[in-house]
Design a protein around this ligand. Structure first.
Ligand code: AMP
Ligand code: MN
Ligand code: MN
Ligand code: MN
Length: 279
């Protein structure tokens, strides 16, 4: 079993790398990539924890980079990256500066809406300063402004909503170049999550491929068989490799737990097909 997309508490997940590793072992996962948003802090810790247990899981260094394409926030996964590579490190630093600035602005918006000290509260919840919208969503839930995270996005944090702040994330091209420079493979995350029209989605995939992207996340979290088959078709059509992950954040937030996403259709070439060739 394989899972190439999950989050730890170093981004907007709930569990520590150690807890994720224990869950992966319990689920029978053999290959795992931790793909936190714009950070590799958790990957470092995950390696230490795995080594302490005698390396029971094959770990793939991963990241999920936030990018801006037209008016959309598009996520690009990077696998097998050198987490110390200077070009990638510079990109990550840049992203975090922008994330911190955005968090300040979101907090100002919320303050104008009568929700005080949201940044401090979100930082408290996160335990670090790489604040994401899910942390603000939790603040809004705690303040009883909304009933759940979903509602917080719908009313406050989603694109165009009351406290939405567009972020000048790096471009898709910069993300792919950074991942590739660090020896990794760039994969377009959850293509169906952006709610793009058919035309726009194909424009996105065409651009992603032209810029050096190698794969599509054909299976990502909760999907119908029809959706999986559509993404498998896109993979074949654009000659891209296929990836698969749960996008697990926590038991409460993710309906698909670690490694429990659907199987990759057999007509796709998995992004991991050559990963063990040099061993
Ligand atoms: P950010 O990187 O701070 O813009 O936050 C993006 C993250 O918010 C995603 O990775 C998801 O974990 C979460 N998210 C995005 N949209 C929603 C939504 N509608 N409901 C709940 N969580 C969401
Ligand atoms: Mn997330
Ligand atoms: Mn994502
Ligand atoms: Mn994710």
């Amino acid at each position: 079993m394989i899972d190439l997309h999950c989050h730890s508490h170093y981004s907007d997940g709930v569990f520590s790398p150690k807890e994720l590793l224990e869950k992966a072992l319990n689920a029978g996962i053999e290959i795992l990539a931790l793909t936190d948003h714009d950070t590799v802090e958790g990957v470092r810790v995950l390696h230490q924890e795995n080594a302490q247990m005698n390396n029971p899981v094959q770990l793939i260094n991963g990241i999920e980079l936030s990018t801006r394409w037209k008016k959309y926030d598009i996520h690009v996964l990077g696998f097998q990256i050198d987490i110390e590579h200077p070009e990638l490190t510079a990109l990550i630093d840049q992203q975090n500066t922008r994330r911190i600035e955005r968090a300040r602005q979101i907090s100002l918006c919320l303050s104008a809406l009568g929700i005080e000290n949201a940044l401090e509260k979100a930082t408290q919840l996160a335990g670090h300063d790489r604040i994401g919208r899910p942390h603000f969503a939790d603040v809004l839930v705690n303040e009883a402004k909304v009933s759940d995270r979903q509602a917080a996005f719908k009313r406050y944090l989603g694109r165009g909503k009351l406290a939405y702040v567009p972020t000048p994330w790096i471009s898709i091209t910069e993300a792919i170049e950074g991942i590739t420079a660090a020896g990794g493979q760039a994969v377009l995350a959850h293509p169906l999550k952006y709610r793009l029209t058919h035309t726009k989605l194909h424009e996105l995939i065409t651009h992603f491929k032209a810029m050096g992207g190698l794969g599509l996340e054909v299976v990502s979290g909760e999907m119908t068989v029809t959706e999986v088959n559509a993404m498998a078709g896109a993979c074949l059509r654009y000659e891209l490799l296929a990836s698969s992950g749960s996008d697990f954040h926590s038991d409460a937030l993710s309906r698909i737990s670690l490694g429990r996403q659907r199987q990759l259709p057999v007509n796709c070439i998995p992004v991991w097909h050559k990963w063990n060739d040099d061993k």
